[in-house]
Structure formats: C-alpha cells, structure tokens
Write a new protein. Sequence first.
Length: 61
Amino acid sequence: MVAYEFYRRNEIKGNELVGILPERRKDPKRISQESIMNWGKLILGECIKENDIFFIKVAID
C-alpha cells in the first residue's frame, strides 16, 4: 500500500510530521504531485502555506 507522509517545515524544531494519508485512488493517471498537495491542504487546513508543507511517498506493508 502506498501512503504519503506530510511534514511541516519549522525553523526552530525542524520538520514535523503532521499526518499520513493512504493512497486510495485506483487510476494512476489521476495521481500527480499537485493532486497530492491539494489533498494534503484539504486535510491539514488552509492555514498552512503551501511552501511550508511537503510530502514523502512511502510503502506500507
């Protein structure tokens, strides 16, 4: 299973894990960096700036 770990950049504490979202879409054509970031912003809220978050794709057994 594929999931995305979302991190928030923090100059004082370093990068902070803020959430993990599993990929559930079946059609790989729908998966793009933009769609993943939009999904993360939807879940994490609009108060986090796009430049302050990033994700890492991980495999979960």
